[in-house]
Design a protein. Structure first.
Lengths: 320, 280
């Protein structure tokens, strides 16, 4: 009887929530895309057992991009989220176009025509740069941005005092080094797959990639993040650090699955996916480099999450 | 230590400059011993002894049986302890493990770990596990540049070679576990028996990060460049720099927070407070 009452009560609550349209659709979309991207990656790794499993696996990049889009809108707002992704895509397009057509900054390379794998649709290129590649830059940079923000929040400082323009370069450097470590694994794999190749017989010292390419991309990402973080801080300062402002940096001690999801997506997106490919190409050394470069940032993010979560509970115990 | 490194980089003008530069490893160990005495006080000998024992044991087992690091290797130097491992290598383990331990402590966002313990025992254990994992990565990532440079220069030889520039992957797993196990023992002991070591957030607190950067990135980065293997340097920078950057951020934030001018590991007061408030 009691159980029945509880169930009735729960059902009534759900019905009430539905009637009031009290559902956070964005959180639902984030959760769905998170689950789907994990399943999609599993579909790639497992051998084909169900129809369209391969096709579902090819959707992985788009599912991660969907996750990033919804997550950014939810945690930094529609305007900032779209501006962030737009900035990353445009900067990546300029960089890649400069390199592929003129050999600027990153060496002269060309993207191969990779046949599009989903239902035989053609591959899209913008100014000779695959659209997928541009999405990839936005994904990597956004996930790095989330990890850095979580690490920053773990120190639980008074943001109105510590979050200054002087701190922006430190945060941007951490963003950039996290993305650089992604490239340290993904670029050699892309070279192995012949997704792109350097022209004029250039064979770089790092698994075929010139060392200055990594340095140039590091500087490019630093510039992107320096600009975005300065813009973001300007908005925060204008609103006088109003906690109701949609910003990851102003979430304070409030932690939820939204904070930890990017850590897992980052691991699946960059390490597991490309680690599996490295194994296919018999490059266990690349798995070592990827693990050594990416896992520590994730662990520090987890530490920050733990501190925010458990110290908050400690506060509840003490009644502070 | 920094002067010794500079002496090795700049052209030799002064008498005994090169001899001084060659003492870098010993000076680093000296720095570590003094730093440990300041931060760990009476527990410094326990930590340093543990680090030395773990490093020495792993080296002796590795060179004799091929254990810990996956395969046998041998040093080419003539002066060796028991004819197996140079003394300089054995004591360098103290520096490697202590630098890893203290950089993790700088990065550690928790001011007081045992305040977490009061909430949940599982949480505090997971936390210690994560800290020690970070220690393991700090040591392992240092070896990502150190080992290829030494193998290339003939400092030591891996019997069967390996996938990572002639170094076996198992070697890095070994480095990880030596540092991980050592600090896990010490951190677990500190968790059970807390001690009072209030640490001032000053330059000395941050100095291990600089020592790690000089030791890992500057010294071996230059050596790899000189050898014509800049790829070792780029790997070294990419895997070590996240620690340096995050530790710098942490130092900046901890220093700028008034109540964090010193980090106290004495949690007795907090536990009493939690217990008192909890019973109300």
């Amino acid at each position: 009887m009691r159980i029945g009452n509880v169930t009735d009560f729960k059902e009534a609550k759900i019905i009430k929530a539905l009637k009031n349209k009290n559902i956070d659709y964005l959180t639902v979309l984030i959760t769905i895309s998170f689950i789907l991207l994990l399943l999609s990656q599993a579909a790639v790794i497992l051998s084909v057992i169900v129809p369209y499993q391969k096709e579902f696996g090819y959707l992985f990049k788009y599912l991660v991009f969907g996750f990033v889009l919804f997550h950014s809108i939810k945690t930094i707002g529609v305007k900032n989220g779209l501006f962030f992704i737009g900035l990353c895509v445009i900067a990546a397009l300029i960089g890649e176009y400069g390199a592929t057509s003129h050999g600027w900054f990153y060496g002269h390379y060309v993207f191969a025509d990779v046949p599009y794998k989903i239902l035989g649709l053609p591959s899209y290129k913008v100014l000779g740069v695959p659209l997928e590649g541009l999405f990839s830059w936005a994904i990597s940079i956004y996930l790095a941005y989330c990890i850095t923000n979580l690490i920053f929040r773990g120190y639980k400082t008074d943001v109105s005092r510590t979050l200054t323009y002087g701190l922006i370069p430190f945060l941007a450097v951490i963003d950039s080094i996290i993305v650089m470590n992604v490239n340290m694994l993904t670029d050699p794999i892309a070279i192995q797959e012949r997704a792109f190749y350097y022209t004029g017989g250039v064979v770089g010292k790092y698994f075929g990639i010139p060392v200055f390419t990594s340095v140039s991309w590091f500087l490019t990402i630093f510039l992107i993040m320096f600009l975005f973080r300065s813009y973001e801080l300007r908005g925060i300062k204008r609103r006088k650090f109003d906690p109701s402002l949609t910003s990851q940096l102003l979430r304070g001690r409030t932690v939820s699955a939204l904070d930890i999801m990017p850590l897992f997506v980052f691991l699946v997106w960059a390490l597991i996916r490309y680690g599996a490919l490295a194994l296919v190409y018999n490059h266990v050394d690349l798995i070592l480099i990827g693990t050594a470069g990416m896992v520590p940032s994730v662990i520090i993010g987890l530490l920050a999450y733990f501190v925010l979560k458990y110290e908050k509970e400690a506060d509840n115990v003490t009644g502070r | 230590m920094a002067l010794s490194e500079i002496a090795g980089i700049v052209p030799a003008y002064l008498p005994h400059q090169i001899t001084f530069a060659r003492q870098f490893g010993y000076i680093l160990v000296l720095f570590v011993v003094f730093h440990a005495l300041r931060s760990l006080k009476f527990r410094a000998p326990i930590f340093l002894g543990l680090a030395f024992a773990a490093g020495a044991l792993s080296e002796l087992l590795g060179t004799t049986y091929g254990w810990i690091y996956g395969q046998r290797y041998y040093y080419t130097a003539s002066d060796k302890v028991f004819g197996l491992v140079p003394f300089s290598v054995l004591i360098t383990w103290i520096a490697v493990i202590y630098l890893a331990y203290s950089i993790t402590n700088i990065i550690d966002p928790a001011k007081n770990l045992l305040a977490l313990k009061k909430v949940t025992r599982v949480g505090s254990f997971i936390y210690v596990l994560l800290l020690s994992t970070l220690d393991g990565f700090l040591a392992m990532n240092l070896d990502m540049i150190l080992d290829p440079v030494y193998v290339r220069s003939g400092g030591w030889v891996w019997q069967d070679g390996g996938a990572y520039f002639g170094v076996p992957i198992s070697n890095f797993i070994g480095w990880f576990f030596v540092a991980f196990a050592t600090t896990l023992i010490f951190r677990s002991y500190s968790l059970r028996k807390p001690f009072n070591t209030a640490q001032k957030i000053d330059f000395i607190f941050f100095a291990p990060v600089i020592a790690y950067a000089i030791f890992g990135i500057v010294k071996y980065g230059i050596l790899s460049y000189v050898m014509g293997h800049i790829e070792y340097a780029i790997i070294g920078i990419s895997v070590m720099f996240p620690f340096i950057a995050i530790a710098t951020l942490s130092y900046q934030l901890k220093r700028s927070t008034p109540e964090s001018t010193s980090i106290s590991l004495d949690i007795t007061k907090d536990i009493n407070l939690i217990q008192t408030e909890g019973t109300r």
